[in-house]
Design a protein around this ligand. Sequence first.
Ligand code: SF4
Ligand code: FE
Length: 511
Amino acid sequence: MAMMNGKKYIESLRSLHPEVYFFGQKIKSIVDEPMFQPHIHTAAMTYELAHDPEHEEIMTATSHLTGERINRFTHIHQSIDDLVKKVRMMRLLGQKTGTCFQRCVGLDGLNAVYVTTYDIDQKYGTDYHERFKKYLLEVQKNDWMPSGAMTDARGDRSLRPSKQTHPDAYLHIKERLGDGIIVSGIKAHITGAINSHEIITMPTRTMGEEDRDYALSFAIPSNTKGVTFIFSRQTNDTRRLDGVLDGGNPKYGIVGGEAIIIFKDVFVPWERVFMAGEYDFTNELVETFAGYHRSNYGGCKVGLADVVIGGSNWIADAHGINKASHIVDKLTEMIAMAETCWSCTLACSYEGYRTPSGAYHINPLLANVTKLNITRMVYEWMRLAQDIAGGKIITLPSEKDLESPETMEILTECFAGKDGVPPMDIIKMLRLIENMSVGAGLPEAMHGAGSPAAQKIMIARRSGIDRKMELAKTVAGINRDKYFESVTGKDETAHWDKVKKKIKEKEVQIY
Ligand code: SF4
Ligand code: FE
């Protein structure tokens, strides 16, 4: 099957009929539900751009399984070049949509499970990797969008999964059968879940032996019996129902649509199970996935920064102040921060490496640094965008008042800027900046792909602090061997053995 375009992707969702609830209602058709439209349109962009000759080099790749051209969102990274193209693709999609395009979570899930199943098989002689490759072939052939379901509901965070009062706080195996497993549990905040064809699950944390049944990874279609989605709310989300203007980014929305996924006695056939009890590999799977996803944020969020920086400059120009030194200074700050994050994400890719599975992984230390920078800098560049836009971004009247004969004229005057700039364009741009800088995109930049504390744990773990200490000891002369060698060019132990040999009775102590 050929790669889908945006239209075909939307049509492909029509036949799925996952069980989705929103506003207390069961949704009959996700494709026709107005509240879901922006998320679906944004994900459709990941399909549409793959057919654009200008972007096909970035948006597509050659499958290492079939040699065929596939959408890069279904590709296993085969080189440093692939890792670089992946983040270029993310910046591009951020620029085109101004929001979260959701499909990266599944892409990272595919790569992380690919890497980890290979390593599990090496240790235990299992056949998870072969199973997974067969599944991957299906994903590539059908050009599916799988969601990546990692975060569990988690209940009491101080207790291990097996010690929770509510047994479904973590997704787990309830029963092992001859042909598969029965699973139950709850996954939360899953991006793009309702408009994905498939769900790939991964453990949310490192599991111990007592949590064996929680060490679990599998893939199932989103319309599998026993799977229910509850779609989450976002700041100002119903604005999109109030007309094209009030939503801010009416076509693509605020941020990727998230959902809670409830698994109730769901049957998963063995051929779709990629980890079932190998708790000693949960850490690898979690860290590999987190590394990939954290490195992405220097791509997608910088694409969004490009939009908001451009919008800020446009609005300053429309208001006749874009040459003012404080405006130039703020815009320059925004650009410098965005490009710092971009440099981080490029470094993650260029410092990547080949895993034993053959797939390439990013540099995990730098990926965590990238994401930690994003949790701070997105707030900072959005703060500057609000500063430049002015107070109007929180006091704009509604689209209905702009259309009303009684108020239209005075409002048009009120929002006029420089001569020649249509006031309606000024309002549109202010709404976009409001949407991007006040909405759910900010906490998403904070907590998506893991909260800052998670990044700090990984940075501390991977910082090589012992080696840094050795470096300091050597420079300070505390590290005797190295210091002696660097000053004299001789091996210290051998040297003193020689000296001791010469001066038999005396103990020599120089340093
Ligand atoms: Fe992709 Fe960024 Fe959305 Fe994550 S936050 S799914 S990396 S666009
Ligand atoms: Fe995210």
